[in-house]
Design a protein around this ligand. Structure first.
Ligand SMILES: [Zn+2]
Length: 73
């Protein structure tokens, strides 16, 4: 799975989100480490900030504008 997640990392890094989505965040729940977190808005892929897995689901779909929700931490 690590290879697959690395591929998604590259894909998301290369992808430019439209201006209106750039500052949006979504609350996610990770199926791997079972932690809740916040990640940058994306239609398909949501990365767990805790373990780096993409095996997550969105628990709050409406988006909020938060200045800093980057998954880079
Ligand atoms: Zn996780």
């Amino acid at each position: 799975m690590a290879v697959y997640f690395g591929m998604l990392d590259a894909l998301l890094a290369a992808e430019e989100l439209p201006e209106e989505y750039k500052d949006r965040c979504q609350d996610i729940l990770c199926n791997d480490c079972e932690r809740k977190g916040t990640t940058r808005f994306h239609w398909l892929y949501h990365k767990c900030g805790t373990c780096g897995s993409y095996n997550t689901r969105v628990i709050r779909s409406e988006t909020t504008t938060v200045p800093d929700c980057s998954t880079s931490s």
